[in-house]
Design a protein around this ligand. Structure first.
Ligand SMILES: [Zn+2]
Length: 297
């Protein structure tokens, strides 16, 4: 608890510091905290040139469960101003099949938040996770420490996203490298994801009256788990299997969450069921309500 208060005061102090005299106000911890005024700069304000290739697919707000952090990690990082999202957009448009800027938001070291795909269009930034995530880039190199102003804006945006998406559960905060093999979001930002980011997630979960996700989604029915068929619940099941370490069976490329119920899914579920001490039909590899509750709760 103390740690959390300390961190948040530090963020407020840092955010205020960027505004000069505001820091003096927030330094008096007895006073109401004077937050730096955060806002999302809409695409039309930073000179967005419009989508190509038909535009990105619409974002399904109810499907968003993750808030994924990225770095820029290339020449030209650590720059501020509207040229930042413009340049990212131009770079992504070099691929004629790409609609344009892949991120939902870009945050620069001066703490400015640029809206790109926003809450309206699906992210293109996190391969394999775009259906259920918001992608945010901090405009830094992999070895650069994110500024206090940038992190304060990231925290503000994370909190803001829950209201904007109508999220009942706290979004999981992950790095790009939690979804696929990549060096993104780099060392210093990765440490934020693993430390303060997880603390922030717990704070927001508590504020939402969310016990961290231990209320499982309802059992989707046996029809969701048929070999060779796809169902969104299989991804949730897979995430539970992976999180609990039941992922030994796979096609040779590691076991990954996906929507198709495969024979590997079944074998991993069976391992889990047997680990519960179950036998026979209770350990046939097909999840029933109790397997579901124990795996995804
Ligand atoms: Zn990335």
């Amino acid at each position: 608890m103390t740690t959390s208060i300390d961190r948040r005061h530090l963020l407020r102090l840092a955010g205020g510091g960027a505004l000069g005299a505001t820091a003096l106000v927030v330094a008096d911890l007895g006073a109401a905290p004077a937050q730096a005024a955060h806002r999302i700069i809409p695409p039309k304000e930073w000179g967005f040139a419009g989508w190509q290739a038909g535009g990105p697919p619409a974002l399904d707000r109810s499907a968003i469960t993750h808030f994924v952090i990225h770095y820029h990690g290339a020449t030209g990082a650590n720059v501020n101003g509207p040229q930042v999202p413009r340049k990212i957009d131009a770079g992504h448009k070099e691929d004629p099949d790409s609609s344009g800027i892949l991120y939902n938001f870009v945050i620069t070291q001066d703490g400015k938040i640029y809206g790109a795909r926003g809450y309206r269009w699906k992210s293109g930034a996190t391969h394999g996770a775009n259906d259920y995530s918001i992608g945010v880039q901090l405009h830094i190199h992999g070895s650069t420490a994110p500024s206090s102003a940038a992190l304060a804006s990231l925290e503000w945006l994370y909190r803001h996203s829950h209201g904007a998406l109508g999220a009942a559960h706290a979004l999981k905060i992950t790095g790009h490298n939690d979804h696929r093999s990549t060096s993104c979001p780099g060392g210093p930002l990765g440490r934020w994801v693993d430390g303060p980011g997880q603390e922030l997630h717990r704070e927001v979960a508590a504020e939402l009256g969310d016990d961290g996700g231990s209320t499982p989604p309802p059992f989707p029915g046996a029809d969701a788990f048929v070999i060779g068929r796809s169902h969104e619940a299989v991804r949730t099941l897979d995430e539970g299997l992976i999180a609990k370490g039941f992922a030994n069976h796979h096609d040779g490329d590691g076991y990954q969450a996906g929507t198709t119920f495969t024979r590997y899914t079944r074998l991993n579920v069976q391992d889990f069921q047997q680990a519960q001490g179950w036998t026979g039909a209770d350990a046939d590899g097909y999840p029933g309500p109790e397997t579901w509750r124990r795996l995804v709760g």
